[in-house]
Design a protein around this ligand. Structure first.
Ligand code: GUN
Length: 283
């Protein structure tokens, strides 16, 4: 079998066209949705993500800003920045890029973001709301994964292996998959014989950051493979999945780059648009 490619760039393009129409409609009401990203320090990968998010926002007509603080910024400076953005009526979505430098307590900063502007859905209030199925913001990578999976059919009754238990991807996506009536196994570094177990699963979502972790020979025939890994090897972005072998076994597969990444950025825009609507009591 040769898998069908889940082309994140194409899927994101269509989705963003829909967002752009909604942005235009909002602008006609005098509201320009705004996304403001805070980055602390000079990590190359983080800077490049942040720039992509802002470029994508502007491309669909949103306004966007980057607040770039020095690597040695104090916790109080970061908290002050967040508090100022919370108070600014022209800012609808706030995103603080993580990880933060070690002198800054990440939990304190995420907790300081006003829940109604927390477009990442990382604040404890929004995490709680997600688990209790209340109005919230769903984290962008999990939301993007679910959007990709919509192109593969129903998840009801599917056995899904999620590899990696991070707060950003593995744990929230497990919840969203469960909501769709899939049966989820959350695997991690202490899971025994993990790779050998993968043959039992209809869907594999790998979010570890370990190139070559998942190989075609370990997959069930016809499995759906979502590769969330992004590791730079010799200057190239690679996922967790050995794409060449996996595509011979899978029914659907995401490439890296061009799979989950474009959907993550799309969902940041989606959530910022939702924030702008909610804050202005629009539909
Ligand atoms: N760092 C890695 N992924 C993310 C993300 O989705 N949001 C933020 N804020 N930081 C990240």
């Amino acid at each position: 079998m040769t898998a069908e490619l889940l082309d994140g760039r194409e899927i994101a393009k269509d989705y963003r066209a829909g967002l752009q129409e909604q942005v235009e409609a909002l602008k006609e009401k005098g509201i320009t949705p705004n996304l403001t990203v805070v980055i602390v320090g000079n990590d190359g990968a983080s800077l490049s993500y942040v720039k992509s998010k802002n470029k994508a926002a502007e491309k669909i007509g949103m306004s966007s800003g980057i607040i770039h603080l020095e690597e040695d910024a104090t916790e109080e400076e970061v908290l002050d920045t967040v508090r100022r953005l919370n108070e600014d009526d022209n800012v609808h979505g706030i995103l603080v890029q993580v990880p933060l430098p070690k002198q800054v307590d990440e939990n304190k900063v995420l907790e300081a973001i006003a829940p109604e502007k927390d477009v990442d859905g990382f604040s404890p209030v929004n995490i709680g709301r997600m688990y209790t199925e209340q109005e919230t913001f769903i984290p962008c990578t999990p939301l993007g994964i679910m959007e990709l999976l919509k192109h593969t059919g129903s998840l009801e009754g599917k056995e899904v292996a999620v590899i990696g238990r991070s707060h950003i991807v593995g744990q929230p996506v497990s919840k969203l998959l469960t909501n769709e009536n899939a049966t989820v196994t959350l695997m991690h570094s202490r899971t025994k014989n993990m790779v050998e177990k993968l043959k039992d699963y209809d869907v594999v979502v790998s979010a570890v950051g370990k190139p070559g972790l998942v190989h075609g020979k370990d997959l069930k025939e016809g499995a759906i493979v979502i590769d969330v890994g992004n590791t730079v090897v010799d200057g190239k972005l690679v996922g967790d999945v050995d794409f060449e072998s996996a595509k011979e076994v899978a029914s659907y597969i995401t490439p890296v780059p061009g799979g989950v990444g474009p959907l993550t950025i799309t969902m940041v825009l989606n959530n910022a648009l939702i924030a702008a609507k909610r804050l202005n009591n629009v539909e």
